[in-house]
Design a protein around this ligand. Sequence first.
Ligand code: G3H
Ligand code: 13P
Ligand code: ZN
Length: 329
Amino acid sequence: MIVTTKELFQQAYGKYAIGAYNINNLEQIVGLFRGNLGKTASNEEASDAATSAPFIIQISRGARTYTDKAFLEGMIRTAEQVFPDSIFAVHLDHGTEEVCYDCIDSGFYSSVMIDASHEPFDKNVEIVKKVVDRAHAKGIVVEAELGQLGGVEEDVVGSVKLTDPAQAAEFIERTGCDSLAVAIGTSHGAFKFSGTQGLHFDVLEKIQAAVNAVKPNFPLVMHGSSSVPKEWVERINNAGGALKNASGVDENQYFPAAKLGVTKINIDTDGRLVWCAIHREFFRDKPAEFDLRAPGKIFMPAYAEYIIHKNQKLGSAGHLEEVRKALKK
Ligand code: G3H
Ligand code: 13P
Ligand code: ZN
């Protein structure tokens, strides 16, 4: 069942974070649903430990243009039928105004992100407000961003600018957005920290206090949250990869962040590392193999296991039935 991120956030706020996973192809979609749903009649490959979790599927502009965007919609609608117990939101990641309108009009997306964080404050407010008005008229919810992460956000190269708590409060009031992505020390990609840096919990606490003073229980979003696990990086490098000095967010910081109002945690890079390690090892170990399904059969359960592990760290594991009950009320 496709729901809005807002409906998921209302259940999760202050208790756990919902995993927002970027997808690009069929194998990722199958692994994602298996990891979240567990064993069902049509899912006999799943691990017994699968997590029964609500989740968010994120589609970036790059994912929409990798093939025709209609393929993603078709595959996700099929997954919804194959896994009828699933509860998830379909969310546009880092949208421009134009792509947001396309998604709002599509009837498929339940949530969009308008990313105008590179614009000056007033311009950011103006753009977000326009998207909010169009989205809310159709029952679609909007994530906006204030502050700038390090690294690259799609085609915008960012220099770090942590979110200002007072500005955050003004921003959510003036725009009417439903959730806010904040910059608290993370960055996109596999090279987040050069030393022992981490999340700025002091800034997060101040943002939570400031936004809650104007809108209680207002959901915050953390982008750039991959943990870039050493074991996956090592497997990639041992199979011919060249990821030197890769590093990510400590997974044990997800739950403390959730307690401070971070209700959506964005993870893309880690899934790519799983894909890369499995495929590099496969072709290293089986140089005579050329059936594309053979590595896919290893990748899908590995991806499901990775989702299970993440949901446990996010605290979303085991909350599916509780969310279903709340949605029925
Ligand atoms: O934040 C960006 C996401 O990781 C999406 O990446 O634009 O390469 O699909 P992408
Ligand atoms: P990572 O690169 O840390 O996976 O972040 C993904 C993200 O923020 C997608 O919007
Ligand atoms: Zn992001």
